[in-house]
Design a protein around this ligand. Structure first.
Ligand code: SAH
Ligand code: SF4
Ligand code: F3S
Length: 464
């Protein structure tokens, strides 16, 4: 990708607007509540919106009832989301009657679909603010207009740009996100993301590096680099394996560096070598396969075959000890025959995933697959989904045998109180481990030894 074509936008002026709002609402004790749907991309966008709100003098509300600004950050990757969003928005009408200064906003991928945004705007006159995914940089001005009691509708057809200088209010914890790129150029035929997130664009390596340094200085010990397809990162002559190497070497204090999502068609041998050689790069890869049938993969426009995929899996396993692979799978894509579906089950058994997110194909308006013939009936999709999940429930635990007696290190994330209190945390390869131990260990790295397993989790003890 040619970086010169890319528009990099600095928030500068927006920050002044936020400071002006802060002076204006001083003493009012205004609070915000953001409800986020969808993937990490949306979660991280919500952290950026929260960052702007905090800069503008807002504090976080614990519930919607306590909030003076409620924002729904929506997803539209599958169909049912729309009904739920309209329902959630409708429910806020009552709250607006109780708190007349309450501002209600809806943003995110679903609002980037202009017809849906129009419909929501017309149907709910009490919605104050609607904006699409390319409008984060205009949030300060939109907020100011809302405070002036204007209704704001801001959905642009831009392909998107790279926005730098946004304040971020990161969720508490030990692990956080850093965007390396935005958008997607792949147009898998089932997928709405390229239509609502714009074209692929990569951030500059030095901007990424500075952000990683600053979150590490802020106490985070794990960073996940985010992109719809991180393997096609490209900026200033740098590709993804080189970027990973750069961050790993330049920020050695960072204990764990993760990334997602990897598209199999762009996964290079260099990336596998980087994973093998760089200690702080985690030994986990989320590698969505989507289907185990070559003809379905072709119709999906995935641009790899099952043989290509299995070759990558082999190379990963040969070069990266105890590497774990997770995936996404869609069943019931248009024209998927029983043999195609069986091929998916066979592939799942062959790969030995440590976890998988499985979906029934959901037609999205505007995508190529939605117009394909031979749409599979809902009942059949459900049957295939259940069958696939049953096969996964068998294969995932099989994959755990090799961990009996295994020694490794977990980052303790919290205490599970469902039974006897147990600390839980992940290995570098994303396997969850439960051990007995003191609550004071939450947030630290602890050496463990594995004694057993249940489904996709491991159980063990702290090793001294
Ligand atoms: N960029 C990422 C994530 C895309 S969305 C990637 O390429 O993997 C996350 C997952 O949702 C996809 O991997 C796919 O399995 C699923 N998905 C996307 N569109 C879908 C649709 N129309 N119906 C069902 N599942 C879908
Ligand atoms: Fe969607 Fe495919 Fe892009 Fe992933 S790579 S976001 S599945 S179009
Ligand atoms: Fe993510 Fe959903 Fe948008 S999966 S990119 S929030 S459509």
């Amino acid at each position: 990708m040619n970086n010169e074509l890319q528009h990099i936008y600095e928030l500068g002026e927006g920050l002044e607007t936020l400071d002006r709002i802060k002076a204006r609402i001083d003493g009012l004790n205004l609070r915000y509540f953001i409800e986020t749907y969808g993937c990490q991309m949306n979660e991280h966008d919500s952290e950026k919106i929260a960052g702007m709100l905090v800069r503008a003098g807002y504090t976080k509300a614990e519930t919607k009832q306590d909030a003076d600004l409620i924002l729904f950050n929506t997803c539209c990757v599958r169909e049912h989301a729309e009904k739920r969003t309209f329902g959630n928005v409708g429910f806020i009408k009552e709250l607006k009657q109780i708190n007349p200064r309450l501002i209600l906003g809806v943003c995110g991928c679903m609002m980037q679909q202009r017809e849906v945004a129009n419909r929501l705007f017309a149907r709910f006159p009490f919605v104050d603010l609607i904006f699409g995914t390319h409008e984060l940089k205009n949030f300060p001005a939109m907020l100011e207009n809302c405070l002036d009691k204007k209704r704001v509708f801001n959905v642009s057809d831009s392909d998107g740009e790279v926005i730098e200088g946004l304040p971020v209010e990161r969720n508490a914890g030990f692990s956080t996100f850093v965007n390396i790129m935005y958008g997607c150029n792949n147009f898998c035929t089932y997928c709405i993301v390229p239509y609502v997130r714009g074209r692929e664009r990569s951030r500059k390596p030095e901007d990424i590096l500075n952000e990683v340094r600053s979150v590490v200085a802020g106490g985070y010990s794990e960073v996940t680099l985010l992109g719809q397809n991180v393997n096609s990162y490209s900026c200033d002559g740098m590709d993804f394996p080189r970027l990973l190497t750069l961050i790993s070497n330049e920020v050695p204090e960072l204990k764990r560096l993760r990334f997602m999502t990897s598209h199999p068609k762009d996964l290079s041998p260099e990336l596998i070598m980087a994973m093998a050689q760089l200690d702080n790069v985690c030994k986990h890869i989320h590698l969505p396969v989507q289907s185990g049938s070559d003809s379905i993969l072709k119709k999906m426009n995935r641009r790899y075959t099952t043989a290509d995929y299995l070759k990558i899996v082999d190379e990963l396993r040969q070069n990266v000890p105890f590497v774990e692979i997770t995936t996404d799978i869609i069943v019931g894509f248009p024209g998927e025959t029983e043999e195609d579906f069986q091929a998916t089950l066979d592939l799942v058994k062959k790969v030995g995933y440590s976890n998988a997110y499985t979906f029934a194909y959901s037609p999205r308006e505007g995508t190529v697959a939605a117009r394909m013939e031979d749409q599979i009936p809902d009942e059949e999709k459900k049957r295939r989904l259940n069958k696939l999940n049953a096969v996964l429930a068998e294969t995932i635990p099989e994959n755990n045998e090799k961990y009996i007696g295994y020694s490794g290190e977990i980052l303790v994330e919290g205490v599970d109180h469902r039974g006897e209190p147990l600390l839980f945390g992940k290995l570098s390869n994303f396997k969850m481990v439960y051990v007995e131990g003191d609550e004071s260990l939450v947030g630290s790295f602890v050496d463990i030894k594995v004694d057993g397993f249940r489904f996709n989790s491991l159980f063990g003890h702290i090793a001294n």
